[in-house]
Design a protein around this ligand. Sequence first.
Ligand code: ZN
Ligand code: ZN
Ligand code: ZN
Length: 386
Amino acid sequence: MAAQAGAAQAGYRPVDDELADLYPADRLAAAAGAAAQAGLDALLLTPGPDLRYLTGYDTHQTERLTCLALPAGGPAFLVAPRLELRSVHASPAGALGLEIVPWDETDDPYRMVAQRIGHLSAVGLADQMWAAMVLRFRDALPGTRQGVASTALRGLRMRKTPAEVAALREAGRAIDRVHAQVPGWLRPGRTEREVAVDIAGAITAEGHATADFVIVASGPNAARPHHGPAGRVLARGDAVVVDIGGTMPSGYCSDCTRTYAIGTPPSDFARYYQVLKAAQEAACAAVRPGVPAEAVDAAAREPISAAGYGEYFVHRTGHGIGLETHEDPYIVAGNAEPLEPGMAFSVEPGVYPGPHGARIEDIVVCTDDGCVRLNNVTRELVIVDG
Ligand code: ZN
Ligand code: ZN
Ligand code: ZN
């Protein structure tokens, strides 16, 4: 555990040339420009996906303040506890030419940030900053309006660079290798939890730094989209929804769902599985630049509704993915934002009529004229010998 935390703090060392510029030095300037455009005088980013996106520095949020201050018009600086200095310098942040300002245990780091940054009318705080820190900054910067940093950063983070797409592709291949092993673990008599333990081990064995979630939803549980693995014993005739993902050492995430059957599935299940597969195909075929995100959702919903299962497709079609498993853009009715090349998101329609259900999920990236799928393990119904 300690070794793992140390490795994470040392930052990502690319093994692949394609990933070498995952954290380019010009990103700070781009973010400062985006902050100005969003009407923010500065961004204050505590540990989390935004800090990692801008600097490559990956560390856990603790009560001791670590904060990147990025003024819209001036150079950025990183305030960090003195005891973390070695980790900061060892991370990609150490190579950005960023001023690093250490604080000692008796200093007030919030006041240090405020004194250096001067008077601001509006500041964008990391969306996931702890409330306690938000309030400390409110006191240290009286009269400064607080907003969220995502108003500035979402546009950058949504449009993946080629290096980010390569990192997502690496994640997709890793989770595909896990799915390829799943049929061997789905045996009648085993519990969902036992299967989930095997899967979690494979997620890290296949190259992820962490296994972030493992959904094994069998039989009636398959009708609950976010069912957590429990003590239910797998049986012949079950459909099993397996939705799994993790975070790679690069920081980029995987997320892939396949539905399996143990022995012969119920006949109505087999019928709507084919409808679902066609719907997932139609949604992927609808992806191209200029198409509103909600049109992809509609493309998935149409064949499912036409077959009479519309009321059982109870969630949005997808979510963006990158340094977070769920991020912009959301593929949902009401999101008219046009897709652009480089946007990466899931396409994951589901049908949950009970006493069984199914979902198929791939991560796709919008290209100049369509999309590429980053998950390519078979979407045919895999029937495991019961
Ligand atoms: Zn989900
Ligand atoms: Zn997903
Ligand atoms: Zn998923």
